[in-house]
Design a binder for this molecule. Sequence first.
Ligand code: HEC
Length: 177
Amino acid sequence: MSRGTWTRVVALALLPPGLLCTAEAAQPERLPQPQRLPQPQPASRFTPKFEALAETRLLMEGLAQPNYRALEEHLQRKPADVDTWAFARGQALLVAETGNLLLLRPPRNQGRDTWMKQAMDMRQAAGALARQLGGRDYEGSKAAMASLTTACNRCHQTFRVPVKVAPQAAPGARDAE
Ligand code: HEC
């Protein structure tokens, strides 16, 4: 008997009888060669693809405009309670996210970079407004709202959209151009 086997016999003798079988079973005479497990497939690259579905006009009518209008109403006087601040903050964030959606819809012909920049400006302005609303800063929120208004109108001017949004203006007011 080799020395290793003796050591094991001694070790087994010290084990309580109940454990003997399991211990023996767990110690095969020869350790198996390290198995060559099949290599996992390299994770296949998945590239998500964004896809614009709604017309820009729909985003304006369904997201930008209603949230802009509601913000404007909320800021006509200092919001009275925490819920109103929180609600208004959410609306500003929805306008900001609309900026992300606009990034998927640059004009096909020209002005792509300008469009992207102006959509990002709107996102930035709406994000800043959300932060002011989150901090319940009334003056800061009004100033941020003015910047957002500028960001909306700058894009409309650039792309010759005859719409001028303005606080207190009648809903859907259009510039005669
Ligand atoms: C990146 C450019 C861009 C930004 C920023 C932008 N708009 Fe527009 N907006 C457009 C375009 C383009 C149209 C014209 C869509 C059409 O009629 O096909 C439009 C149209 C509109 C209309 C008219 C929709 C209708 O019924 O014809 C309103 C209202 C409007 N936008 C509100 C806003 C508000 C509010 C904001 C800011 C919170 C804003 N937009 C920011 C590009 C922009």
